[in-house]
Design a protein around this ligand. Structure first.
Ligand code: ZN
Length: 182
């Protein structure tokens, strides 16, 4: 099995999510979309999250799969071994959560997310925290091939002790001051 290069939340599939489109998805379509993202490192085809085996049997009625490896044979769902495993949210909401999180360049507040998903502030807060946790964890393998990096602002707080009095701005930032006057 090829080593995974990045978390599925950072996949091109996850970054392409549009909230407008997600709102129009049926339950089945939302499930299919989530599966495609979750297993994006295998072209969207489910593989065993326990042993990595790629041959699995679908247990379609329960939206689950069973590993075909003789030594494993474990059952798994689309959220097994992800931080959505204890999810109480429908797949459409999980997609919205990911879309809002990935697309909010300046970060998204728990209060705004709770309105967007129509869930409690606490649920939104916990979900955001878990997503940040996932993305801050050291990746198991370094990124390879073509790497794209996006910027994001998590928090901007001025340090009050270093804010210069108005009169000294020109001295602190002579170049900006000069171009402003030009
Ligand atoms: Zn397995």
């Amino acid at each position: 099995m090829e080593a995974k290069s990045q978390h599925f939340l950072l996949s091109a599939e996850a970054r392409a999510l549009s909230t407008k489109r997600i709102h129009r998805l049926s339950d089945e379509e939302a499930f299919a979309e989530f599966v495609a993202i979750r297993f994006s490192e295998n072209g969207g085809a489910p593989f065993c999250p326990w042993c990595g085996h790629r041959e699995v049997y679908a247990i379609t009625t329960r939206k689950k799969w069973k590993c075909a490896a003789a030594a494993c044979r474990r059952q798994f769902s689309a959220t097994s071994r992800t931080n959505f495993a204890s999810r109480k949210l429908p797949f459409r909401d999980l997609l919205l959560l990911v879309a809002h999180f990935i697309n909010a360049l300046k970060g998204i507040s728990a209060i705004r997310l709770s309105h967007e998903l129509e869930v409690s502030y606490k649920t939104a807060f916990v979900r955001l925290h878990k997503l940040r946790e996932v993305l801050s964890v050291q990746q198991e393998n370094p990124l390879r091939g073509k790497v794209e990096i996006d910027g994001g602002i998590l928090e901007v707080m001025p340090d009050l002790k270093t804010i210069a009095p108005v009169g000294s701005i020109a001295g602190v930032f002579p170049i900006e001051q000069a171009s402003d006057n030009a």
